[in-house]
Design a protein around this ligand. Structure first.
Ligand code: NDP
Length: 444
C-alpha cells in the first residue's frame, strides 16, 4: 500500500464519525500523491504526513450561558491548533448548530495550506461552537461570547493563536469576545482579527474574502482568455462572503443574478441589488423573503436551486458540500466555464472532478477565499505597528496577494505536469512551504 493510502486509512480508523475531516485529508493527500511519491522514503521515515494530519493540540470545553428567561444552556466550544510551522495559529471561529470536532478539524486542516498560500507568516487553526446565533437577543449573544472567551482566552494570544470570524461570527461577536479577553487577560493586543475599526480593526477586512475571491477569479479568467466583463454569475449564500463577492463581481462588469440562505434562494433577472441585500442581511438580519418583497424583478424559491440558473461563472459562498455531482452536471450543461469557491469545501470531490474533466476552470477555496485570512494577517501587522493603513493600501495589498496566489498555484501545477489543475497546484504550493519549515524545525 502506498504511503498516502496508508495515512488516509489511519485517519479514517483513528477519527471515526468525522466524515468532513476524512474528505479534506483525502482531497489534499490525493492531489499531493506525486510530490509524496517523489520523496516517499524520507517522508515515511520522518512520519511527515502523520505529523501533518494530527493537530498539534485541540481543546474542547463547556460553554454555559443564561438566556433572557433565566434558563441555562450548555454548548460545546472547540479550538484546534493544527500546525504552527510557519507562524502563530490563525483561523476563524464558527458558530453554527452543525459544528462538531470533525468539522473544526476539516477547516483547521485546510487552513494550514490556505495560510501558507498567502505568503504571510501564519499557521493553521480553527475553532467554534455548536451555539446557534439565529434568533438570539444581543444580550444572549454577549452572554454566550463572554462565556466562550472565558475559557478560550487561556489558549490564545497575539503571538500564539489569533482567531477571527467565520459562519455566525461577525463584527458583533468579535467585539464581545475581544472585550472579555481584554478584561480577563489585561492585555490590549491583536488577539482577534475582524475587529471594529474603532478598536484595531483593518479597513477592507469586511470585504476581503469576497473581494479577494473576485481578484483571483479575474486573474484566472484573464490567464485563460476569458473575462468577467458581461458574464452572468450565480452566487450562493447571502452572508459576508456572498455579499462582497457580489459587490466586486458587479464592479468588474459581471451581472450576479442569484443569492441564497439556508431556507431559500433568489433569482433576480436584473442583477442583485447589493445595497438592498446588505440592508436585509447586515442591518435587519432578516430572511431573503424580505429582499423579494422589496424588489419586483426578484423571484424567491424555497430550498436549494441557484445552480439551475444558466451562468458563465458559479461562486459557491455558503457552506461545505453545497454543490454536488448533479449540480455540476447542470452547470456544465448550461455552459458554465468557471467555478471559484468562496466557501470552504463547498464542492464535493465528485463534483470537482466532473467540472475539471469537462474543462471548467476550477479555483479551490483554500486559494480563492484566502483573501479573508490574508487581510487578517495584515490586521495583525497593523496592530503590532500600532498603525492603521488606508482602504486603498490594504485593498491593493489584497489584490497583489490574490494575483500572486493564482500564479503560485498555476506554476506549481505546471511544475508537476498538471497544467490547469488548480486544486493540485494549491495543495502542492501550500504544502511545499509548510514541509520546508517543518523539516527545518526538527521532529516537533
Ligand atoms: P455567514 O454566516 O456570513 O453567511 C453564511 C451564509 O451561508 C448565509 O447566507 C447562510 O444562510 C448560508 N448557510 C450557512 N450554512 C448553511 C447551510 N448548512 N445550508 C445552506 N446555507 C447555509 O458566513 P460567511 O459568509 O463568513 O462564510 C461563508 C463560507 O465562507 C463558509 O464556508 C466560511 O467558512 C467561508 N469563509 C469565510 C471567510 C470570512 O472571512 N468570513 C473566510 C474564508 C472562508 P443562513 O443565514 O440562513 O444560515
Amino acid at each position: 500500500m502506498s504511503y498516502v493510502d496508508q495515512v488516509i486509512e489511519e485517519v479514517i480508523a483513528k477519527n471515526p464519525a468525522e466524515p468532513e475531516f476524512h474528505q479534506a485529508v483525502r482531497e489534499v493527500l490525493e492531489s499531493l500523491r506525486v510530490v509524496v511519491e517523489a520523496n516517499e522514503e524520507q517522508y515515511k521515515k520522518d512520519a511527515l504526513l502523520e505529523r501533518l494530519v494530527n493537530p498539534e493540540r485541540q481543546f474542547k470545553f463547556r460553554v454555559p450561558w443564561v438566556d433572557d428567561n433565566g434558563q441555562v444552556h450548555v454548548n460545546t466550544g472547540y479550538r484546534v491548533q493544527f500546525n504552527s510551522a510557519i507562524g502563530p495559529y490563525k483561523g476563524g471561529l464558527r458558530l453554527h448548530p452543525s459544528v462538531n470536532l470533525g468539522i473544526i478539524k476539516f477547516l483547521g486542516f485546510e487552513q494550514i495550506f490556505k495560510n501558507s498560500l498567502t505568503g504571510l507568516p501564519i499557521g493553521g487553526g480553527k475553532g467554534g461552537s455548536d451555539f446557534d446565533p439565529k434568533g438570539k437577543s444581543d444580550r444572549e449573544i454577549m452572554a454566550f461570547c463572554q462565556s466562550f472567551m472565558t475559557e478560550l482566552c487561556k489558549y490564545i494570544g497575539a503571538d500564539t493563536d489569533v482567531p477571527a470570524g467565520d459562519i455566525g461570527t461577525g463584527a458583533r461577536e468579535i467585539g464581545y469576545m475581544f472585550g472579555q479577553y481584554k478584561r480577563i487577560r489585561g492585555l490590549y493586543e491583536g488577539v482577534l482579527t475582524g475587529k471594529g475599526l474603532s478598536y484595531g480593526g483593518s479597513l477592507v477586512r469586511t470585504e476581503a474574502t469576497g473581494y479577494g475571491l473576485l481578484y483571483l477569479t479575474d486573474e484566472m479568467l484573464k490567464c485563460n482568455g476569458k473575462s468577467l466583463e458581461g458574464a452572468t454569475v450565480v452566487v450562493s449564500g447571502a452572508g459576508n462572503v456572498a455579499i462582497y463577492a457580489t459587490e466586486k463581481a458587479q464592479q468588474l462588469g459581471a451581472k450576479v443574478v442569484t443569492c441564497s440562505d439556508s431556507t431559500g434562494w433568489i433569482y433576480d433577472k436584473d442583477g442583485i441589488d447589493v445595497a438592498l441585500l446588505k440592508e436585509v442581511k447586515e442591518v435587519k438580519r432578516a430572511r431573503l423573503t424580505e429582499y423579494a418583497a422589496a424588489r419586483p424583478s426578484a423571484e424567491y424559491h424555497e430550498g436549494k436551486g441557484v445552480w439551475t440558473i444558466p451562468c458563465d461563472v458559479a461562486l459557491p459562498c455558503a457552506t461545505q458540500n453545497e454543490l454536488d455531482l448533479d449540480d455540476a452536471k447542470t452547470l456544465v450543461a448550461n455552459g458554465c466555464f468557471a467555478v471559484a469557491e468562496g466557501a470552504n469545501m463547498p464542492t464535493t470531490m465528485e463534483a470537482t472532478e466532473y467540472l475539471q474533466e469537462n474543462g471548467v476552470l476550477f479555483a479551490p477555496g483554500k486559494a480563492a477565499n484566502a483573501g479573508g485570512v490574508a487581510t487578517s494577517a495584515l490586521e495583525m501587522s497593523q496592530n503590532s505597528e500600532r498603525l492603521s493603513w488606508t482602504f486603498e493600501e490594504v485593498d491593493s495589498k489584497l489584490k497583489n496577494i490574490m494575483v500572486n496566489i493564482f500564479h503560485n498555484l498555476d506554476d506549481a501545477a505546471k511544475r508537476y505536469g498538471m497544467e490547469g489543475n488548480y486544486v493540485a497546484g494549491a495543495n502542492i504550493a501550500g504544502f511545499e512551504k509548510v514541509v520546508d519549515a517543518m523539516n527545518a524545525q526538527g521532529i516537533v
